[in-house]
Design a protein around this ligand. Structure first.
Ligand code: PMP
Length: 407
């Protein structure tokens, strides 16, 4: 059966190196449907203007588009209020905001920030540096061999010293989904907060921040069919209200005096400068697209593809798959014999197949896996089994090729 959604993505209908493009790198960035590209073009062609300032018609239209996108995000993750939705440049900026503002103001020596070795650098270094700056202890939850967490084993690590648990929702290397709701309950029982890196989860599964009861949640537009340069920090209003901004000027200002100033209310307090207007409008259009498909359908589709890929790829002799045997979603990370993953990706590229190779911004995890690098195929709505069959064929070809070279 042909994929019913692929037609909505113009970029996918091209040849690369003489072969139809097989795009298996959505974990790095996703492709964009026509509707997202059109929404941004319409803004630039029809009502490009700054927001919250002019009283003129274009300014009002731009403000409505921008704030309308915030409401779409609120609904998408089921936040209580638009005051809890801060637009940022992406996941990285959103995490840094929490680590630079909340963590630095609330931590002291003896307190603990707890994370895992499986974090993307963007959810690792900000906390590592906040711990260094405040004298807090930086600790790691033990992972099972497949990257999952055993809640029973970690219970004793979460104590009244635990002030922040910072963890991924869906791993960009292992494809593991972490038990965020259970973790949030454990962290709240000792008076701490939980901050969740949702960069990989938000594109692939229904996220309900109230049901998960997370304190902070971050994600990027570009991984969920939206443009680059826009992302979201969700924070509980009571926490965001206590926090100081880290960027000053422009949009976030209320009153400015010679020796002191005051800030606008939430969410604008954290949005210094001219905001990412076209980006937010594009993200709003991406959310409309995702909702038109349905996040439940999306999740089932991406799980099915990841499971099928893992099954097919595990039949290739000499291929190692990282992460859980079942219960994986959206991606498969692997190594093929002792062929360097960059070489694997290069041979696949010659076949028109785009995969990612390297450390995936997870150097501590690579050391834990005892791998210098890995290759990763990641899937999204516009992929289907035929893409995975092409990958498997390409991998067999890679094996043959390197067999010849080494012989
Ligand atoms: N966390 C995870 C799990 C990711 O996969 C990524 C992107 N690869 C990020 C954080 C950072 O996202 P961004 O580059 O959009 O800020």
């Amino acid at each position: 059966m042909t994929n019913p959604w692929k037609k909505d993505f113009p970029i996918l209908h091209q040849q690369v190196n003489g072969h139809p493009l097989v795009y298996l790198d959505s974990g790095a960035t996703s492709q964009k449907p026509y509707s997202v590209i059109e929404a941004m073009t319409q803004y630039y062609e029809g009502y490009n203007s700054n927001v919250h300032r002019g009283v003129h018609t274009l300014g009002t239209k731009a403000t409505d588009g921008f704030e309308g996108a915030r409401e779409k995000v609120r609904k998408f993750i089921h936040a209580k209020s638009v005051q809890e939705i801060i637009f940022t440049r992406g996941t990285t900026t959103a995490i840094n905001l929490v680590a630079s503002s909340y963590a630095r103001a609330n931590l002291k020596p003896g307190d603990e920030i707890i994370t895992t070795v499986a974090e993307h650098h963007s959810n690792f270094i900000p906390w590592q540096q906040a711990a260094k700056a405040t004298g807090a202890t930086f600790k790691f939850l033990p992972l099972e061999a497949d990257g999952t967490l055993d809640i029973a084993k970690i219970a004793e690590m979460i104590t009244p010293q635990t002030k922040i648990v910072a963890i991924h929702h869906l791993s960009n290397v292992m494809g593991t989904v972490q038990p965020i709701k259970e973790l949030a309950q454990m962290v709240h029982a000792v008076g701490g907060v939980i901050s969740v890196d949702g960069a990989q989860a938000a594109p692939h599964m229904r996220v309900d921040v109230q049901d998960l009861d997370v304190d902070f949640y971050q994600f990027s537009g570009h991984k969920m069919m939206g443009p680059t340069g826009i992302g979201v920090l969700y924070g509980k209003k009571s926490l965001l209200e206590q926090m100081e901004p880290i960027e000053f000027g422009g949009e976030m200002i209320d009153l400015v005096d010679l020796h002191d100033s005051t800030w606008k209310e939430l969410p604008w307090k954290f949005e210094g400068g001219t905001p990412i207007i076209a980006g937010a409008i594009g993200l709003g259009a991406a959310i409309d697209y995702l909702e038109s498909v349905g996040m439940d359908i999306m999740e089932a589709h991406d799980r099915k593809l990841a499971t099928y890929a893992a099954e097919q790829m595990s039949q290739i002799e000499g291929l190692t798959i990282y992460g859980p045997k079942s219960e994986r979603t959206s991606l498969v990370t692997f190594n093929l014999d002792d062929v360097h993953p960059h070489d694997v990706a290069t041979v696949l590229d010659a076949e028109g197949i785009a995969v990612r190779a390297g450390h995936h911004c997870c150097q501590p995890l690579m050391r834990w896996l005892k791998a210098t690098a890995t290759a990763r195929a990641s899937f999204y709505l516009y992929n289907d089994e035929s893409d995975i069959d092409a990958l498997v064929k390409g991998l067999k070809k890679t094996k043959e090729y390197f067999g010849h070279v080494f012989r």
